[in-house]
Design a protein around this ligand. Structure first.
Ligand code: 13P
Length: 255
C-alpha cells in the first residue's frame, strides 16, 4: 500500500559536475521504473545540474534544508520558493547533524515543516536518539518529543506528502546499523504517534524511512520490516553501484 521511497542524502559532498555524473548513473538504472520512488538530495549547489539530469525520469529531487521565511534579509539562506523553482519536490528537515551542529530546535524545525507543507515541498522529518539516550532507555521519549514538536499545530488535512525518517544518531556514518527488529520497534512507535497526533489514516499512509548505515548488504532485511517504508541513505548514496543496489532490493521486495 505504501510505496517504498529510497532517498539519497549526499550531505556536503560532490560538486555540481560530480553530482551530474552520479545522477546520470542512477537515472539510467532507476529512471524508468515505477515500483519504488527515488529521490536525490544534493547540496544546494548541485540542485540545478541534478534537475537537468532527472528531467523526464521518475527520479525526484530534494534539498537538505531551507529557511522558513519566504524571502528577506537572511544571509546565506535559501527559501522554499527557490527550491520549488529548481524542481525540488522534497526537503530533509531536522537532520541530527543540523540539530547538533547548527542548534536547530524542534520549534524551528516545526516552522520549516509548516512552510514546506504550505509550499508543496514534501518534508522528510528526521528523528532519532543518541547512543547515550538509547542506553538509558529514553529512545521512545526522545522520538516522541521530536515527532510531536516537529509536527506541532499541523492538521491531518495538511499532512499530505509528509515523510518521517528514523535515524538513530549512533548508526549514522558509523557502520553500525540498528537491527531490523530494533528499527521496526521504533517505526511502529512512530506510526502510533502519528495516529494519536494526526489520524489513523495519516499514520497508515505516511512513509517512515530508516536511515543509518543502510547499504546493499542490509537494505533488504530492513526494508522487509512491516513499518519500514524506505531508506534515507548517506554514505551509500554517493556511489551509483551501492545506491542502485539498494533501489533494486526495494524493487524486488515491492514486486
Ligand atoms: P549514513 O548512511 O552515511 O549512515 O547516513 C545516514 C544519514 O544521515 C542519512 O540522512
Amino acid at each position: 500500500m505504501r510505496k517504498f521511497l529510497i532517498a539519497g542524502n549526499w550531505k556536503m559532498n560532490l560538486n555540481a559536475d560530480e553530482g551530474a555524473d552520479l545522477v546520470a548513473d542512477i537515472v539510467s538504472v532507476a529512471g524508468k521504473q515505477t515500483s519504488v520512488n527515488v529521490c536525490l538530495c544534493p547540496p544546494f549547489t548541485g540542485l540545478e545540474s541534478a534537475a537537468k539530469g532527472v528531467e523526464g525520469s521518475n527520479v525526484s529531487l530534494g534539498a537538505q534544508n531551507f529557511h522558513p521565511e519566504p524571502s528577506g534579509a537572511y544571509t546565506g539562506e535559501i527559501s522554499a520558493g527557490m527550491l520549488r523553482h529548481l524542481y525540488c519536490s522534497h526537503v530533509i528537515l531536522g537532520h541530527s547533524e543540523r540539530r547538533e551542529y547548527f542548534s536547530e530546535t524542534d520549534a524551528f524545525i516545526n516552522q520549516k515543516v509548516k512552510t514546506s507543507l504550505e509550499s508543496a515541498l514534501k518534508p522528510i522529518l528526521c528523528v532519532g536518539e543518541t547512543l547515550e539516550q538509547r542506553e538509558s532507555g529514553q529512545t521512545n521519549e526522545v522520538v516522541r518529543k521530536q515527532v510531536q514538536g516537529g509536527l506541532a499545530e499541523i492538521m491531518a488535512s495538511q499532512s499530505e506528502g509528509l515523510v518521517i525518517a528514523y535515524e538513530p544518531v549512533w548508526a549514522i556514518g558509523t557502520g553500525k546499523t540498528a537491527t531490523p527488529e530494533m528499527a521496526q520497534e521504533v517505526h511502529a512507535e512512530i506510526r502510533n504517534l502519528l495516529s494519536q497526533q494526526l489520524s489513523e489514516e495519516v499514520a497508515n499512509r505516511t512513509r517512515i524511512l530508516y536511515g543509518g548505515s543502510m547499504k546493499p548488504e542490509n537494505a533488504k532485511e530492513l526494508l522487509a520490516q512491516e513499518d519500514i517504508d524506505g531508506g534515507l541513505i548517506g554514505g551509500a548514496s554517493l556511489k551509483a553501484s551501492s545506491f542502485n543496489a539498494i533501489i533494486e532490493a526495494a524493487i524486488e521486495l515491492a514486486s
